[in-house]
Structure formats: structure tokens, C-alpha cells
Ligand binder design. Structure first.
Ligand SMILES: O=P(O)(O)OC[C@H]1O[C@H](O)[C@H](O)[C@@H](O)[C@@H]1O
Length: 538
């Protein structure tokens, strides 16, 4: 276990040595220059963290102890690092240079990737130009992506983030939830003759997705379309061709990917088809190019300037040596509104693990709770707790230096708010400072309420403006940060066995609800099952 290693023990000792950040800044004007890094279109200022040069050196030692460098090479070269599922982890191959060679079982996967990209190119070109027609000869006006988890969050987040680059005459909808409300809301807005359904599922066995897909197909056929018309309106994105065929989708309308792509790392594959339809294949390839730039930065840059490695180490510093349980991602960019939700799956499904790669319970904390909302909205909601609450939440602030919509002073005001928040979190306000700002008659009563502890850490991530390339780089940066943390914690970041038990139990309860008889359960579950059976109307 990493927590028995000398660098870990040294870090435990070191925590108390680090002076409050305000003091560190006062003493050291070079902090910003020393604790910042740039690469793949991103600029990271990490000087507003509870760190000194010694802290960083100890964290680099910890990375060495965990053999982060060796594990990076193992991932990029196709070693089966997802040991519980005996799979390689090669989302990086999805955006590799076309002439690169990455072998899995003797097959060059880059060639396979390029083949599917070409297939996406042809298809998206036809739909976007209007050449691809619905069964009545009408052009496609609406695209509905049916998928959940990694087959929903990635495409939905990126489609929203790149809305500025979207083709105007195509509307996009995403259906994920098994709650019938979700599909009902979407089917209420679209017409069968002009709608393209994308059924996105790596396994093509996911209950929600298959149920929603059947509902969509029934709705489509009820409109008067024939079975043979399904081919013009349903395509599948999957690794499971037999299941796609069983569902009734012609494999000619299927886009493939492979078991070495994890669901939460799959937006770069054909799972991104809705993104490519929205913004065009050229922009989709730009997204891949941005990720590729970050991959190169991650693989080749010394850890001292390596953005994903730095972010990962800082996260470990807080999670394991300060006990901070959560991490906030705060995009000061309305286009990135869905990024925190996307990262919840990427991070928490990857590193929310309790045993190490050998199946032994870990004796240290692993992945944090990740959450967040766009600024400045969050300022008027939960920042009270960030500034004065009794728990400390390390934050990532993300902001474009230049906006996609230059309207009056909006962007300058946005920038001022982002800058002020990170400064306020770091500096805080002492009791004496609070007192100095108050009238004598209220000074004693109000000063404690108006003082701020400060010393609250944040990273600032800046980019020029949100382009497909920048976005690709940003997402890949978080993927690699998660990877490095998984390596340090010694967990397998690429399985998700923790989601299985609930699925299994739902499989037991479903027939009980259908048959109207509860089986053997604890008293609470039994009581609730009976209540649902008794009070259910039909
Ligand atoms: O793409 P699918 O096979 O339908 O899987 C969709 C989702 O299912 C599960 O809940 C997994 O935990 C997720 O990692 C996955 O993204």
C-alpha cells in the first residue's frame, strides 16, 4: 500500500509545516511563475494551493513510488491494465495520429479507428446535407440520442459545449432515463418522418437504453412507417453486433467500437456520432486533435510542468493528507454547464473504489465526491459554504480569456468575478480586517460573521476561447488526472463493479412487481414493495 511508503509518511509529517497561503504569497512574489504550467492550449495557475516547493517535491516522489511514468507507458502501449476485465485501456488510440501503430492482439487498432471515423464522415455528411432522407422523403430535422451513462453524458456535454458550432437546422435531443417522462417529453417534440434515432450502448444490454429504444421504435412504427423504414431512422453505436441485429437494426447502420474503450471514456469513438452530426466531422476531428495534443503533453512533459499530473497530485494532497472529501469544478463558461455532471461519472465511477488492484481493501481514502455548477450562478447558491463553511472544498475554476459572445462588458465582468473568487478564497478576511470595515456600534457583533478563514485552495485553468480543440484538450486533461490518481491509489480505474448489485436486485424485484407478490426482503424493502403493489393504479 502506498500509504506505507516513505514519501507518503513524509507528506503526513509535512502537512503542519505549510504556512497559510496568504503568508506564502506575501513572502514569495515568484509563486505565480513557479506554480503555473502551460500546454495543449491550457494555462494552469496552481499557486493558490497549500503548497511549497517541498510539498511538490514530496508529491513527485510519491508519483515515482507509484510508478506513474511506467503506468502511463503501459496504458499508451496497450497493456491490459484493466485487470479485472482483462482489457487494454486505449481511449488514447481513438484520437491517435492516423499513422500511429497501436497493437492489441496483433491488430493495429488505429486502423480500425480510422475506418469508423471515415464511416462517420460519410454518414454525417449525408444527414447534414439533407441527402439522407426519412421514409416519406422528408429531410432529417431532429436527432435523438438514446443512451445512458457514458453513452449519454459525453455526447450530451460536448454537444452543449459546442453549441456555438452547431448546424442551425438540426435539433438534438438526449433520452437516458428509464422514467417514461424523459422519452415522452422528447417524442412530444419530434415527428417520426424527420427524426433519426441513435441507439448508443457499448454493451447493447442496458435496460434503460433498450427499453427507450423499443418505445421509440414502437412509436415510429405506429405512425404508419413500415418495418423496412426502420433502417432510415435507427442507427446503432455499439461493440455488440449480435445484439444490434437482434434489436432489428441492420449492421450496415451500425458504427462499431471496441472493448478497450471504457464507457466513460467513449465520447471520442462513434459514441460521439451525435456530436459529429451537430458540429460536423471537421469539428469532431478538431476535438480529437485537442485530446491528442493533451495526450502528447501528458506522455512527454516532465511532471513538474505536466498539467494532468499536477492536478492529480494536488487532489491526492487534499484527499489523503488534509481529509477533504469533495472537489468542485466551477466553469466560468456557460457552454461548460454540463461538465461537472460529465466529470462525476468520469471521476467517481473510475476512482470510487475500496479495494486495490489485487483486491485488498485500501487503507487510505480514494476518489473524492465531485460536484459543481457554472459561475457566476454558483456564487449566489453554494459559495457561502465554500467561503465560510466548516468543510474545505478544493476548486477548479475554468475560464475562457476571450468569449464566444462579445456582448458589452459581460465578459470583463465574468473575468472579474472569477478572479475575485479565487482571491477571496485564498486570502479570506481576518477578524481585524472585518472590524476595521464596520461602524463602532456593530463592530463586535458583526465582525465574526464578516470574517473569512481563507487558505481555501483553487486551481485556475485558462484558455483562449472555447473551440472544439480546446474542449478536447480539457476533457483529456481530466481523463489523465483521474488516471494518475487511480495509479497512486493503486485501484483499477477502469471497471465499475459497484453499479452491479443494484441492477441485480432490480432484476429480482421487477418480476415481483409484475406478479403482484413480494419475495423475501428486509422489512423496509418489503414494506415499500407491498406499498407500491397495493397503491399502483394499473
Ligand atoms: O453503453 P452501455 O453499455 O449502455 O452502458 C451505459 C453505462 O452502463 C453502466 O451503468 C456503467 O456503469 C456505465 O459505465 C456505462 O456507461
Amino acid at each position: 500500500m502506498i500509504d506505507q511508503s516513505p514519501p507518503w509518511k513524509a507528506l503526513v509529517e509535512h502537512v503542519a509545516e505549510v504556512r497559510p497561503m496568504r503568508e506564502l504569497f506575501d513572502r514569495d512574489p515568484g509563486r505565480f511563475d513557479r506554480f503555473s504550467a502551460e500546454g495543449a492550449g491550457l494555462f494552469l495557475d496552481y499557486s493558490k494551493n497549500r503548497i511549497t516547493d517541498k510539498t511538490m517535491n514530496l508529491l513527485f516522489d510519491l508519483a515515482g513510488e507509484a510508478d506513474v511514468a511506467g503506468r502511463i507507458e503501459a496504458m499508451f502501449s496497450g497493456v491490459r491494465i484493466n485487470t479485472t476485465e482483462n482489457r487494454a485501456v486505449l481511449h488514447v488510440a481513438l484520437r491517435a495520429d492516423a499513422d500511429q501503430l497501436i497493437l492489441v492482439d496483433g491488430i493495429n487498432v488505429v486502423e480500425q479507428v480510422q475506418g469508423v471515423l471515415d464511416q462517420m464522415d460519410v454518414f454525417t455528411g449525408k444527414v447534414r446535407s439533407g441527402e439522407w432522407k426519412g421514409y416519406t422523403g422528408a429531410r432529417i430535422t431532429d436527432v435523438v440520442n438514446i443512451g445512458i451513462g457514458g453513452s449519454d453524458l459525453g455526447p450530451r456535454m460536448v454537444a452543449a459545449a459546442l453549441d456555438h458550432y452547431r448546424q442551425e437546422d438540426l435539433a438534438f435531443h438526449f433520452v437516458s432515463n428509464i422514467d417514461g417522462t424523459h422519452i415522452a417529453q422528447v417524442l412530444g417534440k419530434v415527428r417520426p418522418e424527420s427524426t433519426l434515432f441513435i441507439i448508443a450502448s457499448k454493451t447493447f444490454t442496458t435496460q434503460e437504453t433498450l427499453t427507450n429504444a423499443h418505445t421509440a421504435r414502437d412509436w415510429f412504427l405506429r405512425s404508419g412507417a413500415a418495418q423496412s423504414d426502420v433502417a432510415r431512422h435507427f442507427v446503432a453505436l455499439s461493440t455488440n453486433e449480435p445484439a444490434v441485429r437482434d434489436f432489428g437494426i441492420d449492421p450496415a447502420n451500425m458504427f462499431a467500437f471496441w472493448d478497450w474503450v471504457g464507457g466513460r471514456y467513449s465520447l471520442w469513438s462513434c459514441i460521439g456520432l451525435s456530436i459529429a452530426l451537430a458540429v460536423g466531422m471537421e469539428n469532431f476531428r478538431e476535438l480529437l486533435a485537442g485530446a491528442r495534443e493533451m495526450d502528447k503533453h501528458f506522455r512527454a512533459t516532465p511532471f513538474e510542468r505536466n498539467i494532468p499530473v499536477l492536478l492529480a497530485l494536488l487532489g491526492v494532497w487534499y484527499r489523503n493528507f488534509h481529509g477533504f472529501e469533495s472537489h468542485a469544478v466551477l466553469p466560468y463558461d456557460q457552454y461548460l454547464a454540463l461538465l461537472p455532471a460529465y466529470l462525476q461519472q468520469a471521476d467517481m465511477e473510475s476512482n470510487g473504489k475500496g479495494v486495490n488492484r489485487d483486491g485488498i481493501p485500501v487503507t487510505h481514502a480514494t476518489g473524492p465526491i465531485l460536484w459543481g455548477e457554472p459561475g457566476t450562478n454558483g456564487q449566489h447558491a453554494f459559495y457561502q459554504l465554500l467561503h465560510q463553511g466548516t468543510t474545505v472544498v478544493p476548486c477548479d475554476f475554468l475560464v475562457a480569456v476571450n468569449p464566444l459572445h462579445e456582448i458589452g462588458e459581460h465578459h470583463t465582468i465574468l473575468l472579474a468575478n472569477f478572479l475575485a473568487q479565487t482571491e477571496a478564497l485564498m486570502r479570506g478576511r481576518t477578524l481585524a480586517e472585518a472590524e476595521a470595515e464596520l461602524e463602532p456600534q456593530v463592530r463586535a457583533a458583526l465582525a465574526p460573521h464578516k470574517s473569512f478563514p481563507g487558505n481555501r485552495p483553487s486551481n485556475s485553468l485558462l484558455y483562449d476561447r472555447l473551440t472544439p480543440r480546446t474542449l478536447g484538450s480539457l476533457i483529456a486533461m481530466y481523463e489523465h488526472k483521474i488516471f494518475v490518481q487511480g495509479v497512486i491509489w493503486g485501484v483499477n480505474s477502469f471497471d465499475q463493479m459497484g453499479v452491479e448489485l443494484g441492477k441485480q436486485l432490480a432484476g429480482v424485484i421487477l418480476p415481483e412487481l409484475r406478479g403482484g407478490t413480494a419475495g423475501v426482503h428486509d422489512a423496509s424493502t418489503l414494506g415499500l414493495i407491498r406499498l407500491c403493489i397495493d397503491r399502483r393504479k394499473s
